[in-house]
Design a protein around this ligand. Structure first.
Ligand code: ADP
Ligand code: MG
Length: 353
C-alpha cells in the first residue's frame, strides 16, 4: 500500500493552468517508440505499426459516484483510475501503450493533492509501461472528476471480442472474485464508526486483502502476456468490472450462446470466505454481483484446456451451451438457478420464477 504524506497547502492559482500541467507532468518519461509526440502540443501523435490495430477505451470517474475521498487516498485514486482503463484494453487481448488524463478540480484541492493524484498515475504508468501523452485540465464547481482514455495495440488475429464464444467452449476466470466489493463494505463500515466516534482507530487487520483489492486493484496485463506465451487465443473475453453474472451475460448475449457456471468452481480468497461468514452474507452472491475485481473472464476452445489447466491464475468455472439452454448457475446442491442481470436471487429457482 502507499504511504500517507504530510499535508501542506499551495493554492492551484499560484501556478496557473499551464504551470500546473507542467508541474504535474514534467517527470513522466516516454517509453514507447510509437509515441511520436506526447504532452506539449495541440494533440499527441502516435505511430501505428503495420499489421496492428489500435484499441481505444475511455472511462470517467466522479467523486461521490465512483469514489469517496474520505477513505480513498488520492494516490490510490490515480492508480486505480489508470487500472480501470488498462483493464478494458487487456480485455481485448491487447497491450496498452498510452493514456490521456483529463481532470476537473475545485479550488478546495491544493497543488499537493494533485501531486498525490499524479504520483499514483505515475506509479501505474511505470509499472504497466504506459506513456502519459496528454489530457485536459479544467475547474469544477463541485467534486473531482477524472477521465482517462487508454490506447493500446494488438495484431488483428489476437483481438478477443465479446461475441466469439462457441458451444462447448470452457469459461475461464482469472484470480479470485468478490474481494473488492467486500473491501468497500469494510471501508464504509469503518467510516460510519469514525463518524460516530472520531477517536476510533480503523480495525482493518483481518481485511487487508479486501481493502487492497478495493483501493489498489491491478489490471491483468500478465494474463495477456501469459495467454500469448501459452499460445491460447480466447474465443471471447471481457473484464469483470460489474460482477461475474453481468459479464457472463454480456458474453452469452453477444455470442448468442448459453452457459453453465458451477458455484463450487468460483475462486474465492480465504478472506472473502471468512468475511462473508462474519457478515452473514452468501459468498457466491458477492462473487456474482460484487464488481470492481478487474479480473478477466474468457472462453477457450476445449482443445486449449491442457495448456491452461495447471495454471494457478486461471480457473475453469463453467462451459458454454446452446443459447436455448439459457444462462445458469449450477449450485453446490446441484440445482440450476438462472443467472440474471444485476441481482442474482438465491431464492429464485428455475420453476419458481
Ligand atoms: P489546449 O488548449 O490545446 O487544450 P492545454 O493547455 O489544455 O491545451 O494542454 C496543453 C498540453 O498539456 C497538451 O499536450 C495536453 O494534452 C496536456 N495536458 C493538459 N492537461 C493535462 C493533464 N491533466 N494531464 C496530462 N496532460 C495534460
Ligand atoms: Mg485543454
Amino acid at each position: 500500500m502507499f504511504e500517507n504524506k504530510d499535508q501542506s497547502r499551495t493554492g492551484i492559482e499560484t501556478l496557473g493552468e499551464f504551470g500546473l500541467i507542467d508541474h504535474l507532468t514534467k517527470n513522466f518519461e516516454i517509453q514507447h517508440q510509437s509515441t511520436v509526440k506526447g504532452i506539449g502540443d495541440d494533440a499527441a501523435v502516435i505511430d501505428s505499426e503495420a499489421n496492428k490495430k489500435m484499441i481505444v477505451s475511455t472511462d470517467m470517474l466522479l467523486e461521490g459516484v465512483h469514489f469517496d475521498l474520505s477513505y480513498m487516498p488520492l494516490k490510490h485514486l490515480g492508480y486505480k483510475a489508470v487500472m480501470v482503463n488498462l483493464s478494458d484494453i487487456y480485455a481485448m487481448n491487447a497491450i496498452a501503450k498510452q493514456i490521456t488524463v483529463s481532470i476537473a478540480v475545485s479550488n478546495r484541492f491544493p497543488v499537493e493533492a494533485l501531486e498525490e493524484l499524479y504520483e499514483g498515475i505515475a506509479a501505474a504508468c511505470k509499472i504497466y509501461n504506459i506513456d502519459l501523452i496528454g489530457g485536459d485540465t479544467t475547474s469544477s464547481t463541485t467534486g473531482l472528476l477524472i477521465s482517462i482514455t487508454a490506447i493500446g495495440e494488438a495484431k488483428q488475429d489476437d483481438l478477443a471480442y465479446r461475441d466469439g464464444a462457441k458451444e462447448n467452449d470452457l469459461l475461464v476466470v482469472t484470480g479470485d472474485l468478490g474481494a473488492a466489493y467486500l473491501g468497500l463494505q469494510v471501508l464504509e463500515r469503518e467510516k460510519k464508526v469514525f463518524e460516530v466516534n472520531p477517536a476510533a482507530q480503523p480495525d482493518l487487520e483481518n481485511y487487508t486483502y479486501l481493502v487492497e483489492r478495493q483501493l489498489k486493484p491491478e489490471a491483468r496485463k500478465d494474463i495477456v502476456t501469459l495467454l500469448n506465451e501459452l499460445e491460447v487465443k480466447p474465443t471471447a473475453m471481457i473484464d469483470i468490472s460489474d460482477g461475474l453474472s453481468s459479464e457472463v451475460l454480456h458474453i452469452c448475449k453477444n455470442s448468442g450462446v448459453g452457459c453453465n457456471v458451477y458455484e463450487d468452481k468460483i475462486p474465492l480468497d480465504p478472506q472473502v470466505i471468512a468475511t462473508c461468514e462474519e457478515f452473514n452474507i452468501d459468498s457466491t452472491t458477492i462473487a456474482l454481483n460484487g464488481g470492481e475485481d478487474y479480473e478477466l473472464l474468457f472462453t477457450i476452445s476445449t482443445e486449449d484446456f491442457p495448456k491452461i489447466k495447471a495454471n494457478p491464475h486461471l480457473t475453469v468455472i463453467g462451459h458454454i451451451t446452446h443459447q436455448k439452454e439459457g444462462v445458469h448457475l449450477i449450485t453446490r446442491a446441484n440445482t440450476k438457478i438462472p443467472i440474471i442481470a444485476r441481482g442474482w436471487n438465491a431464492l429464485e429457482s428455475e420453476s419458481g420464477s
